[in-house]
Design a binder for this molecule. Structure first.
Ligand SMILES: [Zn+2]
Ligand SMILES: [Zn+2]
Length: 352
């Protein structure tokens, strides 16, 4: 029997949609989106056409990549065929060749590195020089060798939003006449409806890298984005994404919905008070780009805790939590205490 049931995918997160008999439309159980049958059909036709267009490029990707895996932390590292990965950039253990990644992991865009290893090392040394009590090994040459140029997998989303907002807004006017003070309050029922488009909302697709660390080295300049070619990976490493679109969608949605809400609020000008009674931001469509963004990345393990340091490989913006050498800190405290004792002794002697 032929299977003629049309299976639609969610235009926002690509999960499979379910027909809802009461609403006479399609709902996504993962991201709570709703679409009419027409919206659904149009979006899916476009998505299929795009997938077909990308097929030949996927072949080139499949033949040109190498996949290494880390037996100790489970990281999966991708390079091109001319670059070999020897150690895991997360845990510094040796990695083993696993084969190749399939075309579905092919990135569509990349922002190429602008900072060389030398630039990154200098920025790191400069960052360290401004911080006290770092463990000596953190700034050593052998630690610097662990710094890796990593193309971090990112989901970058453009969202089309239909926003509506209703609010009770007030304008106040006061004046004095004779012995009386008058206040006039005018109340307005304000309604806003807008079609909004948010472009380039990023979320990293790697569960091993802290979201906050990647957000701290934003923004990236998407003007320098180019179509992905294997040759960009030459000499650099990449990480296979392990957080998919469905999983990052809540992060993207929060940023898009909050941004839309703020825009509509800020359009209500000239009032003394605004009380929003209804706000509904519906994401109609999300276009995803799976992109590789350049990061100089370093991890450091100290007293059982892992510290990460990252430099935006395009702009040079740095972020990380420095480890504190408790030994060096204690030594300084001891020295201060000794100086105080000596000072006390001196005073004691003068008084005596
Ligand atoms: Zn969805
Ligand atoms: Zn590892």
């Amino acid at each position: 029997m032929a299977n003629d049931v049309q299976q639609y995918k969610c235009p926002n997160c690509a999960a499979e949609l379910r027909f809802h008999p009461n609403k006479q439309g399609f709902v996504c159980e993962y991201c709570d989106s709703f679409f009419t049958p027409e919206e659904c059909k149009a979006a899916n036709e476009e998505m299929n056409a795009q997938a077909q267009q990308n097929a030949p490029m996927s072949d080139a990707f499949e033949n040109g990549n190498q996949l290494f895996s880390c037996p100790s932390c489970g990281a999966e590292i991708v390079t091109d065929c001319n670059t070999s990965a020897t150690e895991c950039f997360y845990c510094h253990n040796p990695v083993v060749l696993k084969g190749r990644l399939s075309g579905e992991y092919r990135p569509s865009k990349v922002i190429p590195f602008r900072l060389t290893r030398e630039d990154a090392e200098n920025l790191f040394k400069n960052w360290c020089s401004k911080r006290k009590f770092l463990p000596k090994t953190f700034t050593s040459q052998s630690q610097l060798m662990h710094m890796a140029g990593v193309y971090v997998p990112f989901w970058v989303a453009d969202c089309d939003i239909n926003g509506t907002m209703r609010a009770v807004c007030k304008k106040l006017r006061s004046w004095t006449s004779g012995n009386y003070r008058y206040t006039e309050t005018k109340e307005f029922d304000v309604f806003r409806q807008a079609k909004l488009k948010f472009e380039g909302i990023p979320a990293d697709g790697s569960s091993k890298i802290e979201d906050a660390l990647m957000e701290a080295i934003e923004p990236f300049d998407y003007q320098q984005t180019v179509p992905f070619e294997m040759s960009y990976l030459s000499g650099f490493l990449s990480d296979k994404y392990d957080v998919n679109k469905v999983q990052v969608f809540p992060r993207i949605r929060n940023r898009a919905v909050n941004g839309s809400d703020q825009l509509l609020r800020s359009s209500m000008i000239g009032y003394d008070s605004i009380r929003v009674t209804q706000s509904d931001m519906q994401i109609l469509r999300t276009d995803w780009q799976y992109m590789l963004l350049p990061v100089w990345f370093m991890t450091y393990e100290y007293q059982g805790k892992q510290y990460s340091f990252a430099i935006n490989g395009q702009t040079g913006k740095q972020a990380g939590t420095p480890p504190l050498a408790t030994g060096r800190l204690l030594a300084v405290c001891a020295a201060i205490a000794a100086a105080c004792t000596a000072f006390g002794a001196l005073i004691g002697w003068v008084i005596a």
